[in-house]
Write a protein that binds this ligand. Structure first.
Ligand SMILES: *Cc1c(COP(=O)(O)O)cnc(C)c1O
Ligand SMILES: CC(=O)N[C@H]1CO[C@H](CO)[C@@H](O)[C@@H]1O
Length: 455
């Protein structure tokens, strides 16, 4: 996904595995013959052998792991290797992979048919759960992916304000729609040029880029342009993990109000991940429009965008802004989302626990790194975490670019060979689940110590 468009094209970090003989305690070093064979075939059938770029491991080097099955906090590959998984299918597996309750609900629902193309009561149920939980959402529209949700959100922001320009932030990802494929270069607030061939200049001419954490860069753009919306990841997960200051998000709220622009939180990743009320309740700043995805689908394809009743009634057929989807609101996807949200809601301690465990993991990794002389920094928000190989603190994409990506690549492969599955890029976040135990984290930290010593 995201930056992968650019970053996956960078030369792969050198990352041959350490010879088995140098490994102290853990004993077993995984090998990946069947994954390699499957990927060799896949690359003749699909571009890069994958259905989404980041899965190709281009920015860490080494071949991707081909999964066979997942359960709870664990994944198994086609070679039979078992992993503790901190990717969790990029966030959705927050109550654990293949949860029995979710599977039961999906199979009961499937027995009644897999797609209606007509309204179902399940849509009401998931919509109500979302509206009750998310401060900025009074009505919601379901889509099939986060990308689609962001496309709908963009059209809605423009339709509602009658303005065309948008402000996004360097390093933030909002799906693969043309208008968002702009990272901009260095420096403050540049007019964006497309990141990918095939994106017409016209599609990005209205996309302005500001610097994360830098309110002045935003105000300058708002002052000089008629801006429809300022769109942000309220906690960044797509330039690695970056936690904002509350004052920055509050500043965006004040500035957008002052200049008549809408504030959009793209909570596709952070929604129901950093808190049950999403990042907007975690930080106490309410946006005008919210996009959701990942966790709200409980592992099935779902996206959503929501806002006040007044804004949402712009959307067809209530209003004139067109957006549609044959499989949108699909009963299986709704069922998985409902079951997942109900489980998260059942216990307010769930998010406290997620954050405690994320912090235990990140603190342990930083300690292991420092003990063995590596510059590392990192942080957490609820069930989301991340770390970089640099002194830090990392507060923006340009800070993140200073991290040692080659070292991350070697670390990633060595963790993988010892049964720890981390996101395959320094520009990705990590995800904790309710079913990761303290023993799982202790085991992860033992491996992390071993690998930091070898790095
Ligand atoms: C994942 C993600 C998207 C895109 O969602 P897809 O379901 O992959 O299309 C958009 N915005 C953010 C913040 C994301 O993390
Ligand atoms: C800490 C924790 O995991 N708490 C709970 C989260 O919610 C579920 C309900 O589905 C409880 O069973 C967990 O104990």
């Amino acid at each position: 996904m995201k930056l992968a468009l650019l970053l996956s094209l960078l030369p792969a970090a050198a990352c041959l595995s350490a010879p088995a003989a140098t490994v102290a305690q853990s004993g077993k070093i995984y090998t990946f013959a069947k994954s390699a064979a499957s990927m060799a075939e896949a690359s003749t059938l699909m571009p890069g052998g994958v259905s989404s770029p980041v899965r190709a491991f281009k920015s860490v080097g080494g071949g991707p792991i081909v999964f066979d099955r997942v359960k709870g906090a664990r994944a198994w590959d086609v070679d039979g290797n078992e992993y503790l998984d901190y990717v969790g299918t990029w966030g959705p597996a927050i109550i654990g992979h293949a949860d029995d309750g979710v599977l039961k609900r999906i199979s009961e629902t499937a027995a009644k048919g897999t797609s209606f193309g007509a309204p179902s009561v399940l849509e009401n149920d998931l919509a109500r759960l979302i509206i009750d939980a998310v401060p900025g959402v009074e009505m919601v529209r379901f889509t099939n992916s986060g990308t689609e949700a962001c496309m709908g959100m963009l059209r809605l922001a423009r339709a509602f304000t009658g303005r065309e320009k948008i402000v996004k932030f360097e390093g933030c990802y909002h799906g693969h729609a043309d208008s968002f494929l702009v990272q901009a270069g260095s420096g403050v607030a540049t007019l964006g040029l497309p990141d990918s061939p095939g994106v017409p200049d016209g599609a990005t001419r209205s996309t302005l880029c500001a610097q994360y954490g830098n309110l002045e860069s935003v105000e300058k753009l708002l002052r000089e342009n008629e801006v429809a919306a300022v769109i942000i990841e309220p906690v960044v997960g797509n330039s690695g993990f970056i936690r904002p200051e509350k004052e920055f998000l509050q500043g965006l709220r004040d500035l957008t109000t002052k200049y008549g622009a809408l504030l959009v939180f793209d909570e596709v990743m952070t929604g129901f991940r950093v808190a049950y009320g999403c990042a907007q309740s975690y930080f106490g700043v309410t946006p005008d429009i919210t996009t959701l995805g990942k966790v709200v689908g409980g592992g099935l394809p779902v996206g959503a965008y929501g806002a006040s009743r007044e804004i949402m009634e712009m959307v067809a057929p209530a209003g004139p802004m067109y957006q549609a989807g044959t499989l949108s609101g699909n009963p299986l996807a709704m069922a998985a989302g409902i079951e997942t949200l109900k489980r998260l809601k059942a216990d307010p301690n769930n998010y406290t626990e997620l954050e405690r465990k994320s912090k235990k993991l990140v603190d342990g990794i930083l300690e292991a790194g420092k003990k063995h002389g590596h510059a590392v920094c990192g942080g957490v928000a609820g069930g989301m975490f991340g770390f970089f190989f640099c002194e830090g603190p990392v507060k923006s994409f340009s800070d993140a670019e200073k991290a040692d990506a080659a070292k991350f690549g070697r670390w990633h492969r060595m963790m993988l060979e010892r049964g720890i599955y981390l996101a395959p890029s320094t520009y990705e976040a990590g995800f904790m689940s309710l079913v990761h135990t303290d023993a799982d984290i202790d085991q992860t930290l033992a491996v992390a110590n071993e690998v930091m010593a070898l790095l």
